[in-house]
Ligand binder design. Structure first.
Ligand code: C5J
Length: 222
């Protein structure tokens, strides 16, 4: 079985026939100017900088024939799946459901809710709309992964400490073996990315493993 020999805290061996790539929330609302992320006062260029690496990772997963899953943080137009505890947080000028330069913020079907073109889903890939930070909460993700017999998950996307980490923790609790690709994830707050990577692989990999895209590509030959 392929092994990411430089993964931390230890080599990560995975079952290539039962591996899926999960790309979290590479949406215009987070990655491009004029979206939710920028409205909250963040520098979105930090997230935009990983788009080429995520695109390479997607290309690699597609070549290897893995199941690819994309998630979008999104809400129904009537916001019935967005509790006030979520909607009323953050900047009063940029609440979920408000109109922004790319349409209503984090609302399904709006231009800003789309995944950025360079890493957009292709035919046959699964797209999961998630109302929470975690990809499993109130979604069909668990059923989809079970349908394909998936046991190992490769994670990428944004933001590292919010939706990526929450989803990876949910996956870990459900028994999946998970690895986060360090250079294919980003945060608006670089120290939070560093801390999250440390947390994930601490204590013998309490949430999972971390590795680089180069480690993953090299694993093809292991
Ligand atoms: C956030 C996300 N940060 N995708 N969402 O609100 O991480």
């Amino acid at each position: 079985m392929p092994t990411l020999t430089h993964a931390r805290p230890s080599p990560f061996t995975f079952d290539a026939a039962h591996t899926a790539l999960i790309v979290i929330d590479m949406q215009r609302d987070f990655v491009e100017p004029g979206g939710f992320g920028e409205a909250l006062g963040n520098d979105v260029s930090l997230l935009a900088s990983i788009v080429p690496t995520v695109a390479q990772l997607l290309g690699h997963a597609r070549e290897r024939g893995w199941l690819v899953v994309h998630t979008r943080e999104s809400h129904a137009p009537d916001l019935s799946d967005c509790p006030d505890a979520k909607r009323l947080r953050g900047a009063p000028s940029a609440r979920i459901g408000d109109m922004g330069p790319m349409g209503r913020i984090l609302v399904r079907g709006e231009p800003g809710n789309a995944i950025v073109d360079a890493v957009a889903p292709v035919a046959g890939e699964i797209v999961i709309d998630k109302p929470g930070k975690g990809a499993f909460y109130a979604t069909r993700l668990g059923e989809e992964l079970a349908r394909f017999g998936i046991t190992h998950l490769v994670f990428a996307g944004v933001t590292t400490e919010v939706c990526v980490q929450t989803s990876m923790r949910e996956a870990n609790d459900r028994g999946y073996e998970c690895v986060l690709i360090e250079d294919a994830t980003a945060s608006y707050i670089p120290s939070f990315k560093t801390a999250t990577i440390e947390m994930i692989r601490s204590q013998g990999g309490i949430v999972g493993w971390t590795a680089t895209l180069a480690d993953l590509v090299e694993s093809r030959w292991n």
